[in-house]
Design a protein around this ligand. Structure first.
Ligand SMILES: [Cu+2]
Length: 312
């Protein structure tokens, strides 16, 4: 990562604990994917930097506390009964209450109400996630074994590049490389060309793949979706203004030998900075298209033979 602007690389602002061999192995598998996320405390989901991520976190906590309540009531009643009605205290089993319709109705209706209470906000959030209308910037994301291609549309049309594992991570990961992975900043979570997006903008990704199923995942955006050959999946997020910085994720579908080596890095910039970046990219594309000085002028292609001129 060579971008050193005024913003913060949130993922490195927290001192990282050295990874155990097990954690490294999990990271290589892509299981411990939020290892580089910025808003995770390591115990819970990241709170995230988009409204979708925050909604997901809120829903997750709501369901978590409902589960805690259920656990307290159920285990509380169980432990109370175990202690109060124990054999050594002379308790005698009640063999008369074999069936109670009233109890059965109660213990059916209460869980149904709890499920409905959880399902309503969950359905709401799913609908919100799927609503890609009025997006301001679309980017086509194509997964390959083992890299990502980002093709911009809309105002950034024409900007197109590949994003692959950073060289230092790539060298260190080779068998018997002799390089200590702990010496590599953001080991396996760094790329040569990050996806650059503007903050405060509804960004829509159109995900597909050229070979096997991959999945684009950035925990802090609350964004994860499969990239499937022959299909185009949509995904959207809007990073809060003021949350510019570097965000990291990984491919989240087991996609082959080097699955653990195709991280996702997103560089979020202010809309002004983003525009400058797009202009620079477009200028570079134009420059590359110009003939080298002193090169011969391109030869006009010969017209294709007509049908009559073709030999029988
Ligand atoms: Cu993949």
């Amino acid at each position: 990562m060579t971008v050193t602007r005024g913003n913060v690389d949130h993922s490195t602002s927290r001192p990282r604990k050295p990874l155990s061999p097990g954690a490294l192995w999990l990271a290589a598998l892509g299981v411990a994917g939020n290892a580089g996320a910025n808003t995770s405390n390591g115990y819970n989901l990241p709170t995230g930097v988009t409204d979708l991520a925050r909604d997901m976190y809120g829903l997750h906590m709501e369901v978590f506390w409902i589960c805690v309540g259920i656990a307290v009531v159920v285990f509380g009643a169980m432990i109370f009964a175990l202690v109060k009605f124990r054999h050594s205290q002379g308790a005698v089993a009640d063999t008369s209450m074999l069936h109670s319709t009233r109890v059965e109705i109660i213990w059916t209706i209460i869980p149904v109400i709890i499920l409905v209470v959880m399902a309503i906000p969950a359905a709401d959030l799913i609908l919100k996630q799927e609503d890609t209308r009025n997006s301001q910037l679309s980017i086509r994301v194509t997964g390959y074994q083992w890299k990502w291609e980002y093709s911009y549309m809309d105002a950034a049309e024409g900007v197109d590049f590949f994003s692959t594992l950073a060289r230092d991570s790539n060298f260190a990961r080779q068998q018997n490389s002799g390089i200590d992975p702990k010496s590599i900043p953001n080991y396996l979570l760094e790329v040569d060309h990050p996806l650059v997006i503007p903050s405060g903008t509804k960004v829509r990704l159109l995900l597909t793949s050229q070979d096997v199923i991959h999945a684009w995942w950035v925990p802090d955006f609350g964004a994860k979706r499969a990239a499937i050959p022959g299909f185009v999946n949509e995904l959207w997020f809007r990073v809060d203004p003021g949350k510019e910085g570097i965000y990291r994720g990984q491919c989240a579908a087991l996609c082959g030998r080097d699955h653990g080596f195709m991280p996702v890095v997103v560089d979020v910039r202010t809309p002004d900075d983003f525009k400058k970046w797009v202009d620079a990219q477009k200028a570079a594309v134009k420059q590359a298209a110009l003939p080298a000085p002193g090169a011969p002028a391109p030869v006009a292609a010969a017209p294709p033979p007509t049908a009559q001129a073709l030999p029988n």
